[in-house]
Write a protein that binds this ligand. Structure first.
Ligand SMILES: [Fe+2]
Length: 466
């Protein structure tokens, strides 16, 4: 058995890992640690440092396991042992936020920043904690102060803009953009009954599923042309052979080519047919008044068509070891506090083909909002499945299954994940309808269109495309 502080740190760890009565036992051990510290003068600060390092490692391990309560307990032990030590505060604050303790997280991050005001990671997490507390103007103050110290950064400038939007104090240039986009919409046609139903459902829960048939009625020309274009994509010889290679891979990390790709499980239209232009029938479908009209009404202003993607997710190898990665894990998109996206299904899609999973009532502007879980905006990335499941009602988790021709409108500010095709291929297009007030509306990818092509469109569609 080990003795001294390091030994005790190990025993704390063993207790936390294993058996019950953790809290009682932990309290005993902390008081024992304190006693040792005060009585054993010979205990050197080197030993204390080693013990703290061990506890910190243990905390990291528990966080990686998603055991946030246990991680919190371990990290609190460090605080008791060495109240002046702030090295673990970044992890500690993150854990507190994951446990919904935003106020304490704010204090922890501020203490850490008092030590090192140029610590960028802690600063962004402090801004996250302030978003969780709805203190958007304080977040702006923190970010501005930081940039004064370390220099202006586009990433942080965008974040400032987002907080100002959320605090309802947009920058003057954003107010001008908002007014222009609202005015444009005032002159556009009112939504039809079918569109209004979708808009109402989106506002309530953040998601609405419909179909081209429901929106376009007997006029199937736009859908037919889009489907034909999608078929041209998936039937292309090179696309077929890449899809086969993806389905044959047991481990993307082992493959010299796939290991370099951000999303190795997807085949993108753009990689084979170039940038999407307004002549592409899929782009025409998206810029139709039937679809664009829903986006504009939902966003309450004329919207920008951005990041249009046409994708094939081939089914993964049954023994593929990569698991869910990136957007296949639960997350909130960060482009704006309202981000309307629309999926078009070009084949039947269900859970086996990686249908998008969505948690209703989690988009921050929906009227049924249940729980913020992880605030918006945030740099936290992908919260653990366990945390999401523990906090949100089971009945709100839905899989957006649908037949070919399905349209899924969703506000991806709410929690979602998708594209994990285990059994069948996923054939989809995706488009974002960004509000022009979003900090990313200017920089996100557009559909290509010449001046001449734009002449065929009305003012609202032209605004969307450019
Ligand atoms: Fe996403």
């Amino acid at each position: 058995m080990q003795f001294g502080i390091s030994g005790l740190a190990d025993r704390v760890w063993q207790n936390l890992l294993g058996r019950t009565k953790t809290v009682k036992r932990l309290k005993k051990q902390i008081s024992s640690l304190k006693k040792e510290l005060s009585t054993e003068k010979k205990q050197s600060s080197k030993n204390l440092d080693a013990a703290i390092k061990t506890l910190k490692k243990q905390g990291d391990y528990l966080v990686a396991q998603g055991q946030y309560e246990r991680a919190e307990a371990v990290l609190r032990v460090i605080g008791k042992l060495a109240p002046q030590d702030t090295r673990h505060f970044l992890v500690f604050g993150n854990v507190l936020m994951l446990l919904d303790k935003f106020e304490e997280a704010e204090k922890v991050f501020r203490k850490r920043l008092a030590r090192d005001p140029s610590d960028s990671q802690t600063m962004t997490r402090l801004a996250d904690a302030l978003s969780g507390l709805n203190k958007h103007l304080e977040a702006v103050a923190v970010l501005e102060q930081f940039m004064e110290l370390t220099g202006r950064e586009p990433r942080l400038e965008r974040r400032v803009q987002t907080h100002l939007n959320l605090a309802n104090k947009p920058l003057p240039e954003i107010v001008a953009k908002r007014d222009e986009a609202t005015k444009l919409l005032a002159d556009a046609a009112q939504p039809s009954e079918a569109q209004q139903e979708i808009i109402d459902e989106l506002r309530r829960s953040g998601i609405a599923i419909t179909s081209c048939a429901a929106l376009f009625g007997s006029d199937t020309s736009l859908w037919d042309a889009a489907k034909q274009e999608f078929d041209r994509f998936v039937q292309n010889n090179e696309v077929v052979s890449l899809a086969k290679r993806i389905s044959g891979s047991r481990d993307f990390a082992e493959d010299p080519e796939f290991s370099k790709v951000f999303k190795p499980s997807a085949v993108s239209y753009r990689d084979f047919f170039g940038e999407i232009t307004i002549d592409c029938p899929i782009a025409k479908l998206y810029s139709s008044p039937e679809i664009l009209g829903i986006a504009n009404a939902y966003n309450e202003m004329a919207s920008k068509i951005r990041n249009m993607t046409v994708w094939l997710n081939p089914p993964l190898h049954p023994d593929n070891v990569n698991g869910r990665t990136g957007s296949q894990l639960w997350h909130r998109d960060q482009e704006d506090s309202r981000i309307l996206k629309c999926f078009i299904y070009f084949d039947d899609i269900d859970e086996g083909s990686g249908a998008t999973d969505f948690i209703k009532n989690t988009s921050v502007t929906c009227s049924n909002l249940t729980d913020l879980v992880i605030p918006y905006p945030s740099t936290s990335g992908y919260p653990k499945e366990e945390l999401i499941r523990a906090k949100l009602p089971e009945e709100d988790f839905i899989s957006a299954d649908g037949k070919a021709g399905t349209l899924v409108f969703l506000d991806t500010n709410g929690f979602h994940r998708g594209g994990y095709a285990r059994e069948n291929a996923r054939h989809i297009a995706l488009c974002t309808f960004l509000r022009p007030v979003s900090s990313l509306a200017e920089t996100s990818r557009r559909v290509l269109a010449s001046e001449e092509q734009l002449r065929d469109f009305d003012a609202v569609s032209r605004f969307a495309i450019t």
